[in-house]
Design a protein around this ligand. Structure first.
Ligand SMILES: [Zn+2]
Length: 202
């Protein structure tokens, strides 16, 4: 905390209210010396005095401790803008992750299929054929699990009955019937089973 800035702020707010140090001291039940101590940056008001001081100056405690007034505009706009920016970044990241999911799933299954088809067609020993096919199946399973894991954690599923948005467990996602990204799952809030749609933000 910048004591000097707070001190200057107290002085300018006091003068704006046309109060002398003595008059302000009287209103706050403190000594005149205390006021001058704050204004010189040698201390700040105690927490039990802050509310009354802020009431006299018609400012918030936050403003007093920052040593400046916030315009209502900048205060609310800044917070709101920041929230929107955060949400946008999150949504964009989610979209990227979902594209990655499609890419991983597609490449993995394509690779696995190619491997299995080649293994079935080329002239190799039975043993090697089984190993290659097994290898293809394992790749297909691993890539689907990775894709499913991405789908589970990115964004939320929305219950159509109560509109609750939630992240299901991996097991839930794994076992659920699905059409594209819409899955038939039990909502943790209303406990009803329904087709829950994927949404990107809460
Ligand atoms: Zn529900």
């Amino acid at each position: 905390m910048d004591y000097n800035k707070i001190g200057n702020f107290i002085m300018s707010e006091r003068k704006a209210k046309k109060l002398t140090q003595a008059k302000l001291a009287e209103k706050l039940f403190v000594s005149e010396k205390t006021i001058s101590k704050w204004e010189n940056g040698n201390g700040i008001p105690d927490t039990n005095i802050l509310p009354s001081l802020c009431e006299i100056f018609e400012i918030t405690i936050n403003e007093l401790l920052n040593g400046e007034r916030f315009s209502a505009d900048s205060y609310e706009n800044k917070a709101e803008k920041l929230m929107l920016e955060l949400q946008k970044t999150k949504e964009e990241n989610n979209k990227k992750l979902l594209s990655l999911e499609i890419a991983i799933g597609f490449m993995g299954i394509l690779f696995a299929f190619t491997l299995i088809i080649i293994a079935s067609l080329i002239k190799i020993s039975m043993w090697l054929r089984i190993v290659l096919i097994l290898y293809g199946v394992i790749i297909a399973i691993i890539t689907s699990l990775i894709a499913l894991r991405i789908e589970q954690v990115v964004g939320f599923y929305e219950c159509p009955k109560c509109k609750h948005r939630y992240i299901p467990t991996f097991k839930q996602v794994n076992l659920a019937m699905h059409v594209n990204r819409t899955r038939y799952m039990r909502c943790p809030k209303c406990n009803k089973k329904s087709w829950c749609k994927k949404v990107l933000n809460k």
